[in-house]
Ligand binder design. Structure first.
Ligand SMILES: C[S@@+](CC[C@H](N)C(=O)[O-])C[C@H]1O[C@@H](n2cnc3c(N)ncnc32)[C@H](O)[C@@H]1O
Length: 345
């Protein structure tokens, strides 16, 4: 695959489709059964998660599509689930805002030695999970009550979830709840949409889409700029050995590279299914110059959908992943020699 931040090469055959992708975004069966990568196929064939009733009959949640998209995006990694070097036998892992729990379930499958906890304010709609995976309903902004220290704390797509002081408190609680030497990792999307070849133009609704949503989210007090703020917030909480990786995620299957084509295909399906959910609340409460009516949002989204399905717009969303380590015991002792005195019997 090309380097993740290179300009994404466009599939030259794509222009043959002059009237749109011709994919019914509601027909996720045809979307997903066409996937070519081993990772996506592995998940498609893993019937227990998708209530498969026969080989080609699957029922996907929209968040499951997004989880698969992330796996496809990192299909060239030995471990496409995360980057933090946590070793082969972690004991305690926490997934904050686990959503449908797909990440937590996959990590529990991969690390039978670990207890993987997924926490969310809503219970995940899963009927099966590995025995070492636990789902808990809780608000992570409240005081944490887990007793066992974690080796690894993970977050993905928590953008806009918390006000600034909530984030500050969350990273602090995560730092305190980790073993010395434990890892934190976070992956977030930039809600702004770009094209590198000028095919996304000022007159398109998608052009100003992300900036408008960011302004709305800031009026709501929970900024969507989490991808920009997480690195420094993680550093400020005391984490060291900070790493960052940046991505471009195509929206639509317009890329020449097969994996990016698949990722774009999944991302397109996800956008179509999730668009209204993202836009309706923000725009009807915090839209500009005044909150929008429901009808105005529907008209806007119809235009956005047309643009999304155009093979002539090569749009992508940036994303980034940050992972960092809590200092080891030795590093902590070196920094604050009193810690040793306090913790020694
Ligand atoms: C966009 S979803 C991301 C889900 C999942 N991490 C993924 O990558 O698919 C954000 C999740 O954070 C959860 N969440 C928001 N605020 C929370 C809180 N205070 N405590 C726990 N979970 C929270 C939401 O319920 C939602 O499931």
């Amino acid at each position: 695959m090309a380097e993740k931040m290179d300009q994404i090469a466009v599939d030259p055959d794509f222009y043959a489709m002059s009237t749109g992708y011709g994919m019914d975004p509601h027909d996720l069966q045809s979307d997903t059964t066409s996937l070519a990568s081993a990772i996506a196929r592995g998940r498609v064939e893993n019937g227990r998660r998708y209530q498969a009733t026969k080989e080609d009959d699957y029922c996907y949640g929209i968040n499951e599509l997004r989880h698969m998209m992330f796996l496809v995006l990192d299909h060239d990694q030995l471990n496409p689930l995360f980057r933090a070097p946590i070793g082969d036998s972690p004991k305690n892992i926490l997934d904050i805002g686990t959503g449908q729990g797909s990440w937590a379930i996959d990590v529990a499958d991969r690390y039978p030695s670990a207890t993987v906890r997924g926490v969310d304010i809503f219970p995940p709609p899963v009927s099966w999970m590995p025995p070492n995976c636990l789902f808990e309903v809780d608000d992570v902004l409240r005081e944490w009550t887990w007793r066992e220290p974690f080796d690894f704390i993970h977050m993905r797509l928590m953008y806009g979830a918390f006000p600034p002081d909530g984030w500050h408190e969350l990273y602090k609680q995560a730092y305190d709840a980790l073993e010395p030497g434990g890892w934190i990792e976070q992956m977030e999307l930039d809600v702004r949409v770009y094209s590198d070849d000028g095919t996304l133009k000022k007159e398109h609704q998608l052009y100003g889409w992300g900036d408008m949503f960011i302004r709305c989210s800031e009026r709501a007090g929970r900024s969507l700029r989490t991808h920009e703020t997480m690195r420094s917030a993680i550093e400020e909480a005391g984490f060291v050995d900070v790493h960052e990786e940046k991505y471009k995620i195509p929206i639509g299957p317009w890329a020449r590279d097969n994996a990016l084509k698949e990722a774009g295909h999944l991302q397109y399906g996800h956008w179509n299914a999730a668009l209204e959910g993202w836009a309706m609340w923000l725009l009807t409460h915090f839209g500009e110059p005044v909150p929008w009516s429901k009808e105005e949002v529907h008209v806007f989204l119809a235009k956005v959908r047309t643009e999304l399905s155009s093979p002539h717009i090569h749009a992508y969303e940036p994303a980034n992943r940050v992972w960092a380590r809590k200092p080891t015991k030795e590093e902590l002792e070196e920094k604050e020699p009193n810690i040793k005195a306090e913790t020694s019997p």
